[in-house]
Design a binder for this molecule. Sequence first.
Ligand code: CA
Length: 399
Amino acid sequence: MATKGVSRIARLVVTLMFFTTSMQDVYSSTASKLMSKSWGLVGAFGVDAPKAWSKHRGACSSVTVAVIDTGVDFSHPDLKNSAWVNKKELSGKSGQDDDANGYIDDVYGYDFVEKTGKVSVDEHGHGTHIAGIIAANSTNGKGLKGVCPGAKIMSLRYHGPKVSGAQALEYTVKAIHYAIKNGANIINYSGGGRYYSGEEFAAMKAAEAAGILVVAAAGNETSNVDKQENRYYPASYGLSNIISVGGIDAKGIKVRSSNWGSQSVDIAAPGKDIFSTTTTKKGLYEMLTGTSQATAFVTGAAALVMAEDPKMGYAKVKELIIESGVKTKSLSGLVRTSSRLSVLSVVETLKKQNTVVKRAVPKPTRAAKKKKSYERSTATWQNHSPRRPKPQIHPVLNQ
Ligand SMILES: [Ca+2]
């Protein structure tokens, strides 16, 4: 797993496991006590999620987020209501591909490692942690809530203890195509690798064409990813639908290990000592550090926006999140807009925009209604052409 000394070409989940602190036996605590442990949600340099919820309209359950990771433990009490469900498979016959999407019994997503749709396994805890930051939705008053409580998590497992780097890349590409085919609105990718992959780039382009927003980790290699030799993929593909996310600590300072880039890292978000759900086997909650966690906060914010304004395209969602970030002096020169995520600011800005639009658009006249309507593209993000690809050496995980 991602530890010091791992080969630079490894394709990894990007949480730094040596910062992990397991939080056993905290489930008996009250919800407010648990929330207070999450500085990322409520701290001075957190995203101010609870204040945003009071101003937010829209159901997070209307948004589907593909979490391409180590799997998600949906038996966790805070996540059992946050699973995307493939209804045709749920009500279908065991052993059959009831919705003819190429995968058998894929009720909650698919496990590309074990090649099964039946059970979502998370031997690691990383994917369950990410899912919790995005969409935990405790309804018993004892647990945690994520940034967009109850958003539907489609679990696509690409990583496991025995998975090689090449396999991880292969499963990632399959998972991206699954997300596209099965209606995901957002893809959360808290992983990555040093090498450009033509197959992965093509999959991300297909996601872009399908209107899917991809939120990707900037990586934990203490590197300036603006430099060609330090690129970190998929965050560095430079596509219009990708948001690259760096990590900050509870004081608003960049996490030491987090990659940075004044041109290519879009925004920073909480990424150190983040309290969230983990597998029930590990004790329900744990603290993890990395740009993985920061990525999930941004994904949650995007889900909130899409829940309130389902017609907003990915380019506008991306622009809204980045432009409503809070300018932070310590991020100057490290992040494109020198900003950190504020979910409260995102929701407030969205509200203002919608109010202005409502006032500005007059009722169409009868004659105008007869005219054929047309849409103008609102994409404002530069669509970089890919850099000259490196030879496609598939990464190998050295453990
Ligand atoms: Ca199926």
